[in-house]
Write a protein that binds this ligand. Structure first.
Ligand code: FE
Length: 167
């Protein structure tokens, strides 16, 4: 009996995995077909112009390890720009400590971000991309500070460069 239960559970797990991969494929196919951005480069050009970590996050929608970004505890006044194309994305006054291990903001700079939906970890999440180059930045969740926007833009520090005010 125990064996049957384990076998059924294994089947169930495999089923879930297959399902989420299909969804992932479907989403990335749509992206390839429909999405275009003002700044387009070939994969080889992106590879040449970004560090390995920037390329992994921005072009392959990777996620840096929690707590790994130098920008996580940055409290200086300034603008967070796209590490790939320099577009201004977030302001320091909208940054807050979410405790997640990733730089977090309660709002973006208007029109700087494009949104998409991904199913990469099996459930629906709102992905955010640089509206100019299409680089993957992170995700938006609705568990941000209630006293402001209620949103938490959870952004990979590797996708950002910081420009202090006055520079
Ligand atoms: Fe960009």
């Amino acid at each position: 009996m125990k064996r049957i239960i384990i076998f059924a559970f294994a089947l169930l797990l495999l089923g879930c995995k297959g399902n989420s991969q299909e969804k992932e494929k479907a989403v990335s196919k749509t992206e390839e077909k429909e999405r275009s951005f003002p700044l387009e480069k070939t994969d080889a050009e992106w590879r040449a112009s970004l560090t390995d970590m920037e390329y992994y996050v921005l072009r392959k929608a990777g996620t840096e390890n929690a707590g790994s970004s130098e920008l996580l505890n940055n409290k200086e006044k300034g603008t967070y720009v796209c590490a790939a194309c320099g577009t201004a994305l977030f302001r320091s006054e909208h940054k807050f400590d979410s405790g997640s291990g990733w730089p977090s903001f309660d709002r973006e700079i208007e029109n700087a971000i494009a949104y998409d939906v991904d199913y990469k970890i099996g459930y629906k999440r709102t992905e955010e991309l640089c509206a100019n180059c299409g680089g993957h930045l992170g995700h938006v969740f609705e568990d941000g500070p209630r006293e402001t926007t209620g949103l938490r833009h959870c952004v990979n520090g590797a996708a950002l460069d910081f420009v202090p005010d006055g520079k």
